[in-house]
Design a protein around this ligand. Structure first.
Ligand code: BEZ
Ligand code: FE
Length: 287
């Protein structure tokens, strides 16, 4: 440890021990970063100016810092350290910036209510919400959101009605949820801010593989925020937000006619297994 770092650490002594711990670790890593990369004063100031620009992009509807965190894999890393559970649970995956209140809908309703419905591949999404032991969870609430075929959420696009491609569903007595939509498309994350500057600088594309977002809640269980991704998407291995997990990828199948659809359609099946409240590694595997 350098004398300078020792001196900085020795003066961290606030009233909250957790704040002291976090600031000390952050400062230690940043000093190690400076030792390793040896930035010139101009480079350091350029880095600080980048953060100032990031702050200027933020509005009540847009948080460019969250986007940077997503694009560096940091949001996924924080998600992972906070969502351990049994091996058969549905893994969580980042929320992203586009959740907003969804209209309540009945099982089987369309969530696509705009012109994208004529352009897209009709798709039935169905599955059950279960406990990790397989018990169906009746009355679970499944909150869904999806971008349209041009890659925009209703909140980003004045031409879409509020609530388009969103829905709040309640599972039936068997834990079943189902709804109709269009096949999700891959789309780029916003690149007109410092998030885009970063992606261009490090030679990454801005694409997210086709997905649907889920937020699932049920009494006595840990709420789950996750995605379902479509098998075969070219961006599964290089998601701009590093949110893909193997267990969340599903193959759309040609519809077999059970869901009352007119004409050809695809179906995606995605069961969600929630972790009971109070689950801990120690309780699950007592020594
Ligand atoms: C999204 O899928 O909505 C998203 C997630 C992370 C960053 C940007 C967008
Ligand atoms: Fe998304």
């Amino acid at each position: 440890m350098t004398p300078l770092l020792r001196q900085v650490l020795s003066q961290i002594d606030g009233p909250d021990p957790r704040v002291n711990e976090v600031v000390a670790a952050l400062v230690s890593h940043l000093h190690a970063f400076v030792e390793e990369t040896r930035p010139t004063p101009e480079e350091w100031l350029a880095g600080l100016a980048f953060l100032v620009e990031t702050g200027k992009m933020c509005t009540p509807d847009r948080d460019e810092f969250i986007l940077l965190s997503d694009m560096l894999g940091l949001t996924s890393a924080v998600d992972d350290v906070n969502n351990a559970g049994p091996a058969n649970m549905t893994p969580s995956s980042v929320e992203g910036p586009f959740h907003s209140p969804a209209p309540e809908r009945k099982l089987g309703d369309w969530i696509s209510t705009g012109p994208e419905r004529e352009r897209g591949v009709p798709t039935v999404v169905h599955g059950r919400v279960l406990d990790c032991d397989g018990t169906p969870l009746a009355g679970a609430v499944v909150d869904l959101w999806q971008a349209n075929d041009t890659g925009l959420y209703d909140t980003q696009d004045d031409s879409q009605d509020t609530g388009n491609l969103r829905g709040l569903f309640t599972t039936d007595a068997d834990g079943l949820y189902w709804f109709r939509t269009i096949r999700p498309s891959s789309y780029p994350v916003p690149t007109d801010g410092t998030g885009g500057t970063l992606l261009r600088a490090i030679g990454r594309h801005p694409m997210r593989p086709a997905h649907l977002h889920y937020r699932v809640t049920a009494g006595g269980h840990r709420p789950l925020i996750t995605h379902v991704f479509l098998a075969g998407d070219p961006y599964l291995e290089s998601d701009a937000a590093y949110a893909v997990k193997e267990e969340l990828v599903r193959e759309p199948r040609p519809g077999a006619g059970e869901w009352g659809m007119d004409g050809p359609y695809e179906e995606i099946e995605f069961d969600v297994r929630l972790v009971p409240l109070g689950w801990t590694e120690e309780r699950a595997n007592p020594a």
